[in-house]
Design a protein around this ligand. Sequence first.
Ligand code: BTN
Length: 267
Amino acid sequence: MIKTPPILLNAEKILSTLRHSSIDLHILNEIDSTNNYLKTLIGKNEKITICLAETQTQGKGQLDRHWYSPFGENIYLSMLYPVERPMHKLGGLSLVAGLSICHSLKSALDLKNAELNIKWPNDIFINRKKLGGILIEIQRKSPTHYDIIIGIGININMLETPQEVISQDWSSLLKITGQYIDRNIICTLIINTLIDYLDRFLSNTLTDFLEEWQSHDLLAGKAISLISHNKEFQGICAGINKQGELLLKTKNTETLAFSSGHISRYE
Ligand code: BTN
């Protein structure tokens, strides 16, 4: 059942269960975009900083799309994470972030009867419908120092939307589980797990996550169309390589690797 009024975000609740110390947490009622908010803090401190908002007036999605962000219903979370690593070693970051979200959701909720997948590179799907997405923005401080902003939107208690605000089939955790969910619990889990996964990714490599990726990969083995640099490529998705690039087997059996792109169709 939907709760009115909603359980609001609560800094005390979240901070009391965070496993990592020295995190700055900013909870806002309303902001244009939690990613934009963190950009204004870049260079001001070297700590991991989290911004959560009840609503975003200009939530940003992939491909310059608007991210619908109704008040008090879903999670709009951004993390500012300073890293010391050359850019070419950051490939696959969004995949690791996606895996950490799936892990968090599975540990909090009974999703045994649901299919939780990631559509390369940054969409979270549940039962073949969009549940959430990731928008990563990177600011370069030097060739080896970056501030990474990982923006995460997840549909939690949303049951309906005004027509046409979301163009694709979507779902929410409330729709799947039938339970109203306290977002504070999920936020804590996501923050804890995301930091663990990022630490592991940065001290090892993506290879460490390949098996976990395979069990969440929505596209492997499917016929797909991918748009990269304004060109469309078609073929069968053959998973990812050690750099997190999507592998596409074309009909003349060559395998192409893509570090970025948009999946416009999959079977
Ligand atoms: C996508 O298009 O799938 C990515 C959506 C990312 C949305 C999140 S909500 C929190 C953060 N702030 C934003 O403006 N966007 C991201």
